[in-house]
Design a binder for this molecule. Structure first.
Ligand SMILES: NC(=O)c1ccc[n+]([C@@H]2O[C@H](COP(=O)([O-])OP(=O)(O)OC[C@H]3O[C@@H](n4cnc5c(N)ncnc54)[C@H](O)[C@@H]3O)[C@@H](O)[C@H]2O)c1
Length: 250
């Protein structure tokens, strides 16, 4: 097992790639804290994991709130006595009705950039106590390019996650804490963006822009997260993996 006895927090574990990552981590031997703002969804996934014989705990967390991070880390340590891995996965979509909206800019930046920043700061002391750790941040292809139908606050936030990952990698290296990012491309649309996403534009993009000519599956991102979180990636920090079917290679 690739994460035997590691203790991991996965944010946004109620749905999508976070859910897939949490389930994969448990299969690989980790004890997983599923953190989500959506209590019903997160509790359901955690309960399914536990009833399947896995070790998991749900904590309610809004990643943009510092005090809630403090509580989530405390709950993790109270239950599992350490923290080895943090996956900053939770986020909201940039597919919004008004691409000029300042309200959406502030909301997206607060959740998608401030959230992972707070998570990294909150996790570091416990990882130092454990003698090291691994942080994996979910950025996006959107952190590297502009897109016609995505709010630029989303691109800005994901670019912030990309470069904050490198900053944290160089600053945390002395504590043996590795920090890397995963950049999914066209995946199943995020729950928060379903109303704003245009299925026909998406289908056209898949056909013309994705060399593998299909959307990715959540577990295909989860496997990249697993690799970076595991000791197999022990000499990898400040780096990134694209999980985009070749989108950025075109
Ligand atoms: N789906 C895509 O096409 C895509 C592509 C590239 C990158 N990403 C990124 O990957 C990550 C996961 O995306 P997904 O498609 O699985 O999303 P999703 O919408 O399926 O799930 C996101 C999860 O995050 C939770 N969440 C939202 N706001 C939160 C908050 N403030 N605090 C705590 N939890 C919160 C939601 O409740 C949900 O469980 C996100 O960071 C997203 O930006 C997604």
């Amino acid at each position: 097992m690739r994460l035997r006895d590691k203790v991991a927090i996965v944010t946004g574990a109620g749905y999508g790639m976070g859910e897939s990552t949490a389930r994969l981590f448990v299969r690989e031997g980790a004890k997983v804290v599923l953190a989500d703002i959506d209590e019903e969804a997160g509790r359901k996934v955690a309960a399914e994991i536990v009833s399947g014989g896995g070790d998991a705990l749900f904590v309610k967390l809004d990643i943009s709130k510092e005090a809630q991070w403090t509580a989530a880390i405390a709950a993790t340590v109270q239950r599992y006595e350490r923290l080895d891995i943090l996956v900053n996965n939770a986020g909201v979509s940039g597919a919004v009705a008004d691409l000029n909206s300042l309200t959406d800019f502030d909301r997206i930046m607060t959740i998608n950039a401030r959230g992972p920043f707070l998570g990294m700061q909150a996790a570091l002391p416990e990882m130092r106590k454990a003698g090291g750790g691994a942080i994996v941040n979910l950025s996006s292809i959107s952190g590297l390019i502009g897109q016609t139908s995505v709010h630029m606050g989303y691109n800005g936030a994901k670019a912030a996650v990309h470069v904050m990952t490198k900053a944290a990698a160089v600053q945390f290296a002395k504590y043996n804490v590795r920090v890397n990012s995963v950049h999914p491309g066209m995946m199943p649309p995020m729950r928060s963006g379903q109303a704003g996403s245009d299925p026909s534009a998406r289908a056209k993009l898949l056909e013309s822009m994705v060399p593998l000519r299909r959307a990715g599956r959540p577990e295909e991102a989860a496997y990249a997260v697993l690799f970076l979180a595991s000791d197999e990636a022990s000499y990898i920090t400040g780096s990134e993996i694209m999980v985009d079917g070749g989108y950025l290679a075109m």
